[in-house]
Design a protein around this ligand. Structure first.
Ligand SMILES: C[S@@+](CC[C@H](N)C(=O)[O-])C[C@H]1O[C@@H](n2cnc3c(N)ncnc32)[C@H](O)[C@@H]1O
Length: 257
């Protein structure tokens, strides 16, 4: 009964937001015809990640070559403390933070001026990227849908500090609508972080589109790459050499173009 109420609540939340109608139709189609696709190849992907994984510390020190790096918590203690307090006081529950030091140092490594991310939630990954980008007066382009069931539109990105917001453009649509709008403003990126629709088909739609817009020497990162085989299949098919990073019992990955 509770589940049916939640489905109706989400459906109603879509109905009052016409900008999300295309995503509503895609969700209905997915739920009818592609229910199994989310976890396609999960066992193989987990095994693949396990066999290749290094730690976040190892990735930053030895792949990116920041041998004496400091975590963003020690570089920006006040901003990070304020962000934690904002998350604690947020009345709605959203997706948690990923490998924040890695995101910061991937932006540093690429000397990023233009970065793109899909999936914002509280805005932890946005905050990490912006702390680096602001040093070069760069821009972060983010795509995220409003939090529908909890009516939490205004809290998406809430942990991003006020002084970083001039360097941030948040597109509040599903990726399939956001990405063309972002590409109309900026055609080439130094760093991209995929952390939104984690289904097999969602990833397989996004990876080639993102890769095409990445400059040579730029970096594509993806979260939760062991959820299904999409990232593995994409890398194998295109002969890419990814770095897999074990973090919080999950795996993120990045590839240098
Ligand atoms: C795991 S959270 C992102 C966490 C964030 N990157 C971080 O590390 O702090 C995933 C987000 O993706 C968004 N999302 C899911 N499907 C999406 C889609 N098709 N288009 C845009 N955003 C989507 C959700 O609304 C959610 O905020």
């Amino acid at each position: 009964m509770k589940e049916i109420a939640s489905i109706f609540k989400t459906f109603f939340a879509y109905l009052i937001r016409p900008q999300l109608y295309p995503e509503l139709f895609r969700k209905i189609y997915k739920n009818i015809f592609q229910r199994q696709a989310a976890f396609k190849g999960k066992d193989n992907a987990e095994e693949w990640c396990r066999s290749l994984a290094i730690s976040q510390d190892d990735a930053i020190k030895n792949v990116l070559n920041f041998k004496d790096y400091q975590s963003i918590n020690s570089l920006y203690p006040e901003i990070m403390k304020q962000a934690s307090e904002t998350e604690k006081s947020c009345p709605i529950k959203m997706g948690g933070a990923g490998a924040l030091d890695l995101i910061y140092y991937l932006n540093e490594y690429t000397s990023a001026k233009n970065s793109l991310e899909t999936g914002v939630a509280y805005g932890w990954s946005s905050l990490a990227a912006l702390l680096s980008l602001q040093k070069r007066n760069g821009t972060l382009y983010s795509s995220d849908m409003p939090y529908l069931a909890q009516n939490g539109d205004k809290y998406v990105g809430c942990v991003v500090a006020e002084h970083l917001r001039p360097n941030w453009k948040l597109f509040r649509f599903a990726d399939k609508e956001s990405l063309p709008k972002i590409f109309a403003e900026q055609n080439e990126f130094d760093f991209m972080h995929y952390d939104s629709d984690k289904s097999y088909n969602g990833r397989m739609w996004a990876y080639p589109i993102l890769w095409e817009k990445l400059r040579k020497g730029g970096i594509l990162m993806s979260d939760d790459v062991s959820d299904n085989a999409a990232f593995m299949d994409y890398c194998v098919k295109n002969n890419l050499k990814p770095h897999i990073v074990g973090f919080d019992d999950k795996y993120a990955a990045f590839v240098i173009k």
